[in-house]
Design a protein around this ligand. Structure first.
Ligand code: AP5
Ligand code: MG
Length: 189
């Protein structure tokens, strides 16, 4: 497979985390999720966690400065040398531009941006179901809808950003986990 430096893009609940698990297992690359890292920071009560908690609970974006720093530190680690899957980063145009700079400094570049496309109502249902199972603080209907609005406003423009760079691969995120996984494997081949 030629895509080993991957940005996984998609609205909240599109299945990024779910599909990332299988992709990183297949490719033997690290899964870098800024959402997971921020939730770990909140849980550990670090300075970043304290700053991020209220913003995340409201479904808004943590500052570019904080997430860019987190991403740069993680991408600079040894295990990311031969590939990585970024999940939930970049999420704004500034973050996308910062990522180009980071990879430039590391002497590498992205191979592709895999974008999961989904139907909004279906993902509200998915996230409300996850709320019952995992109890994530931002999985209530109001916050889910706010996360969707933030996605449309801040993150959806990245589709054009990566399309212009000929890196965009769009895959439907609808259907079962297995069906989506198979489409992704096909697309990454
Ligand atoms: P983040 O953790 O990235 O959350 P998100 O983008 O809102 O996405 P989710 O994790 O909710 O969904 P997912 O696409 O991973 O779907 P999943 O596989 O879990 O970010 C959280 C917050 O952190 C942000 O709001 C922000 O505050 C902050 N943050 C993070 N990164 C940031 C950044 N770069 N800049 C600024 N702030 C940042 O699936 C969802 C559910 O559906 C699961 O229960 C799953 O089991 C189920 N499911 C998955 N696939 C299917 C399927 N095919 N059929 C049925 N159910 C399915
Ligand atoms: Mg996720």
């Amino acid at each position: 497979m030629s895509c080993r430096r991957i940005v996984l893009l998609g609205p909240p609940g599109a299945g990024k985390g779910t599909q990332a698990a299988a992709i990183v297992r297949d490719l033997g690359i690290p899964h870098i999720s800024t959402g997971d890292m921020l939730r770990a920071a909140v849980k550990a009560g670090t300075e970043i966690g304290l700053k991020a908690k209220a913003v995340m609970d409201a479904g808004e974006l943590v500052s570019d400065e904080i997430v860019i720093r987190i991403a740069e530190e993680r991408l600079s680690q040894e295990d990311a040398k031969n590939g990585f899957l970024l999940d939930g980063f970049p999420r704004t145009l500034s973050q996308a531009e910062a990522l180009e700079g980071i990879l430039d400094r590391l002497g590498t570049k992205l191979d592709c941006c895999l974008a999961l496309t989904v139907d909004t109502e279906a993902i509200v249902k998915r996230l409300l179901k996850r709320a019952e199972i995992e109890g994530r603080a931002d999985d209530n209907e109001d916050t889910i809808r706010e996360r969707m609005r933030v996605y449309e406003r801040e993150t959806a423009p990245l589709l054009d950003f990566y399309r212009e760079r000929n890196l965009l691969i769009e895959v439907s995120g609808m259907g079962t986990v297995e069906e989506v996984g198979e489409r992704i494997r096909e697309a990454l081949r």
